[in-house]
Design a protein around this ligand. Structure first.
Ligand SMILES: [Zn+2]
Length: 295
């Protein structure tokens, strides 16, 4: 299929690993940029470089072969939109007014810079948290489940781009993005870390460097589903540390810590504490979805 797009002289043999090194347009890049609606098999089938015009022609041809699909429900959508109208309406995006510290929405706008009673009563270890959407209902839970368990790695790019927008203020003050790591045993079982996939895309969208190496999960924590706040805090106690050999990469850095979902914040607090102990200048938190407890 993709071979039809290639002309002699358009392409030179190259491995996928170095496809973007010289900055030339790449059919793979064109496809990856459109990974919100591309059949994954198509993206895997090519690794050659093309002229920019060739890449555009291929992208147009791919639209016909693989029409853009909603990232939520896979229904065909028009144009570049990531979500169909129905999924879009179902997303409960978090917008101002919200608590400056926790990023939780306020029912009324009481003025800029306010913190919620929750933030004042239980200040988090991290500085500020921002999320794209509420987790409780709508397509957000389905999207997260698809990324985490459903082999929907294609979701990482559009979700990461949304996160970069929601975290604009945090990223403006940051010089490093760090994903919340999985324990080695879980990574082995699941094969990839959804937080790292999102962190890479937030980095791509924002231009801020990311580094999955320094922060380690040294304790294989139990699943936190159904645990109380106190149980969660206990569960993640001492779960994270910074690799002593890599302390230099977080020391004095302003870090945005990335995860998929924020529930009570106990995991993100524990990970933030490890980064701050290793000398990070400050830690903010950026997630795709968060649970919002109505008070
Ligand atoms: Zn949809």
């Amino acid at each position: 299929m993709t071979r039809q797009c290639l002309k002699p002289g358009d392409i030179e043999p190259t491995g996928i690993s170095n496809w973007s090194e010289d900055g030339s347009a790449s059919i793979l890049a064109a496809m990856m940029d459109r990974s919100d609606h591309l059949h994954p098999a198509a993206a895997r089938s090519v690794g050659g470089r093309l002229s920019a015009a060739g890449a555009r022609a291929c992208a147009a041809a791919l639209d016909i072969l693989f029409p853009p699909a909603c990232v939520g429900c896979r229904r065909t959508v028009d144009g570049q939109s990531g979500l169909c109208g129905s999924c879009w309406r179902g997303m409960r995006f978090i917008e101002r007014p919200f608590c400056e510290r926790l990023g939780t929405p306020f029912a009324q706008d009481l003025g800029a810079g306010l913190q919620s009673p929750e933030a004042l009563a239980r200040p988090p270890v991290y500085g500020r948290a921002r999320a794209v959407v509420r987790f409780e209902d709508g397509p957000a839970r389905k999207l997260m489940h698809g990324l985490k368990y459903g082999d929907r790695l294609d979701l990482a790019r559009p979700l990461g781009a949304w996160m970069a927008r929601a975290g604009l203020e945090l990223l403006a003050d940051a010089d490093l993005i760090v994903p919340v790591p999985l324990h080695r045993a879980r990574l082995w079982k699941r094969q990839f870390n959804q937080a790292a996939a999102l962190a890479r895309e937030v980095s791509r969208a924002s231009g801020i460097a990311w580094d999955p190496m320094p922060l380690l999960r040294v304790k294989a924590t139990a699943s936190q589903v159904g645990m109380s706040r106190a149980q969660r805090i206990e569960n993640v106690q001492g779960a994270f540390t910074v690799d002593p050999a890599l302390k230099g990469s977080v020391a004095a850095r302003r870090i945005v810590l990335v995860d998929d979902v924020l529930t009570t914040g106990s995991t993100l607090n524990a990970a933030s504490r490890a980064l701050l102990r290793a000398g990070a200048a400050n830690v903010d938190v950026l997630v795709f979805a968060r649970v919002v407890t109505e008070s």
